[in-house]
Design a binder for this molecule. Structure first.
Ligand code: PEP
Length: 262
């Protein structure tokens, strides 16, 4: 059974002290009965990781992720953070290939594949993001773009390594724009992603969680999460508001009716 996951990507928002208040607020508002077996992942900036991990340490269903890592383990890379440094803080996961990194930092598929390797070397779960631009969708190339991103970023992994990967489908045109893919568009692409994973990894594809990201809000989360191949969400803007984020987590459990276990 694949895990139900709601992850919050704080991006470059909040200062560390505000980040602690936000995580405390989230923990207070999460209702274990409404949360069920949904796994929550919080991805604050690097500067917040130590404080945030301290606050969630005892919480079974809550993990912390970094938003990026370097592909090398150590060396003369001023200003960079390695996967080993992150893992040493008892962080569980790392976001790799977010469209903002692909676009603004020109991260190539090849570089992202090596970041995935670095994460796995240090037992971090890669939350591997894929997604098409508006132009690519309008020209009907969205499925091709996304399946190529998966092939180039992940298909060198062994089945054993692949088991630790979480995929996030984030159409670039829906990130931070208020535009959301319709639940049908999300389902169509998630099914295509699963079929592509299955072409390489067979039945293992059924075990891999595929999250939807792109303007998920309390008002649309339940309908999107209700689709059979949508296993949760990667939430940007709404994850900075404790009430909204917690509503989205609770929507996951309502949408799936508690049928899938972690
Ligand atoms: C994201 O940054 O991964 C994201 C999906 O952002 P938003 O929810 O704000 O669209």
């Amino acid at each position: 059974m694949r895990a139900k996951i709601v992850a919050g990507n704080w991006k470059m928002n909040t200062v560390p002290s505000d980040g602690v208040s936000l995580v405390v607020d989230i923990l207070e508002k999460l209702n274990p009965t409404q949360m069920g077996d949904t796994r929550v992942i919080i991805a604050p900036p690097f500067t917040h990781l130590i404080d945030v991990i301290d606050h969630v340490w005892e919480e079974g269903h809550i993990s912390v992720a970094a938003q990026n890592c370097h592909h090398e383990d150590s060396g003369a890379y001023t200003g960079e953070i390695s996967a080993g440094m992150i893992a040493d803080l008892n962080i569980d996961a790392v976001i790799i290939g977010h469209s903002e990194r692909r676009e603004y930092f020109k991260e190539s598929d090849e570089l992202l594949a090596s970041k995935v390797d670095a994460a796995i070397r240090h037992s971090l779960m890669p939350i591997f993001c894929v997604g098409e631009s508006l132009e690519q969708r309008q020209s009907g190339n969205h499925e091709k773009v996304v399946t190529e991103q998966l092939t180039n970023g992940l298909f060198h992994l062994s089945p054993e390594q692949m088991k630790s990967v979480i995929v996030a489908y984030e159409p670039v045109w829906a990130i931070g724009t208020g535009e959301t893919a319709t639940p049908e568009q999300a389902q169509e692409m998630h099914a295509a992603i699963r079929a592509h994973l299955s072409s390489k990894y067979g039945d293992l594809a059924e075990e891999i969680s595929i999250l939807y990201g792109g303007s998920v809000k309390p008002s649309n989360a339940r309908e999107i999460f209700g689709k059979p191949d949508v296993d949760g969400g990667l939430v940007g803007g709404a994850s900075l508001d404790a009430s909204d984020f917690v509503s989205i987590v609770h929507a996951m459990q309502t949408a799936k009716g508690g049928l899938r276990a972690v």
